[in-house]
Design a protein around this ligand. Structure first.
Ligand code: AG3
Length: 278
C-alpha cells in the first residue's frame, strides 16, 4: 500500500504504508494517520502530508529556531496551529522563553496527536495536565486570537496547513496587520510558506502581502522530509531584528539535527528565477 499526496501538475510525494491507523472528519478537515514503512507514523490533513514522525524535525527546526535565535530575547511566544505539538516542543527548548501560547483551531488534531503520534514528545500531554508552567494551550482560531492584541509577543510562529480552506485567513493582509500589531518591538514573525516549486504563486502572494505590513521581510527555504521540497518560509520583522544573523551561543545549547545556525546564510538560497521576483 502507498499514500501519495498529489501537488499541482501531477507532482507526487508518497510513502509506502503498512496500514491506516485512523480516519475521521472534524468540523474543519479530514484527518488520517498512517503507519509508514520507513518513517514512523504520518499525519495527513485533507489529503496533504503534515508530517512523518521520523523526519518532522526537518520542518519544525527550520520553522522555529532561526526566528527565535535572531530575536534578542524571545520571552513571549505565540504558536498558531501546529496541533501536533512539534512547533511548541521546539519553542520550549529555548530557556529565554517565559511564556508560550499555542492556539490550535481543531481540537480533533490535538486529540489524534496525543493519542497516536509521538511528535510533541509528551509536550501536549504535559500542557494538558498543567505540568508545563510556561505553556498555555487554547482551542480557537488564531486569526481571532491575535485580533486586538497589542505588543503582546516577541515572536509569532505560524505552523499552518496550506493557504486554502481553514488556513487561508492566516495568509491574508488583515491577519498580517493584526499579527504585526500583536508583536512587541522588536518582534519576529515566521510562517511556513509552501513548496518553492509547486506553490510558487501562493508564496509570492504571501511575500508581497507581508512586505506591505512588516518592516522587513525575509524568504528562506529548507529541504523537508515528506513535503515537495525545498519548502519555503517567510519571516517578517518589526523593529531591530536582523534576520541575517543568529545568536550562536544560544544556538549551541540547542543541539540541533537539521537547521545549522553556523550556516545560517545557506537558508537564503532560493532558485535564481524566484529570487529575482522578490
Ligand atoms: N505544517 C504543514 C505545512 C504544510 C504542508 N503542506 C502540504 N504537505 N501540502 C503543519 C504540520 C507540522 N506541524
Amino acid at each position: 500500500m502507498e499514500f501519495v499526496e498529489w501537488y499541482p501538475r501531477g507532482y507526487g510525494v508518497g510513502f509506502k504504508v503498512r496500514k491506516k491507523l485512523f480516519e475521521g472528519k472534524s468540523r474543519y478537515q479530514t484527518i488520517e494517520v498512517y503507519e509508514t514503512e520507513g518513517f514512523g507514523r504520518m499525519l495527513v490533513l485533507d489529503g496533504t502530508i503534515q508530517l512523518v514522525e521520523d523526519g518532522e524535525a526537518s520542518y519544525h527546526e527550520p520553522l522555529v529556531h532561526p526566528a527565535l535565535l535572531a530575536h534578542p530575547h524571545p520571552r513571549d511566544v505565540l504558536v498558531i496551529g501546529g496541533g501536533d505539538g512539534g512547533a511548541l516542543r521546539e519553542v520550549l527548548r529555548h530557556p529565554e522563553v517565559e511564556r508560550a501560547v499555542m492556539v490550535e483551531l481543531d481540537e480533533a488534531v490535538l486529540r489524534v496527536s496525543v493519542e497516536l503520534l509521538n511528535v510533541g514528545k509528551g509536550v501536549l500531554e504535559r500542557v494538558l495536565e498543567g505540568k508545563e508552567p510556561r505553556a498555555e494551550l487554547r482551542v480557537e482560531s488564531g486569526a481571532d486570537y491575535v485580533k486586538g492584541k497589542e505588543a503582546a509577543f516577541d515572536a509569532i510562529v505560524v505552523d499552518s496547513t496550506d493557504p486554502v480552506g481553514p488556513a487561508a485567513v492566516l495568509f491574508s493582509e488583515g491577519f498580517f496587520q493584526d499579527a504585526y500589531r500583536a508583536l512587541k518591538d522588536p518582534g519576529v514573525y515566521v510562517t511556513q510558506a509552501g513548496s518553492v516549486y509547486l506553490f510558487t504563486n501562493e508564496f509570492l502572494t504571501a511575500y508581497r502581502r507581508m512586505n506591505g505590513v512588516f518592516d522587513r521581510v525575509y524568504a528562506y527555504s529548507f529541504p523537508v522530509i515528506g513535503y515537495a521540497s525545498p519548502w519555503a518560509f517567510l519571516v517578517g520583522v518589526k523593529g531591530a531584528v536582523d534576520f541575517t544573523r543568529v545568536n550562536l551561543d544560544r544556538a549551541r545549547a540547542l543541539d540541533l539535527s537539521y537547521y545549522d545556525p553556523e550556516r545560517h546564510a545557506t537558508l537564503f538560497q532560493l532558485p535564481k528565477y524566484l529570487r529575482e521576483q522578490l
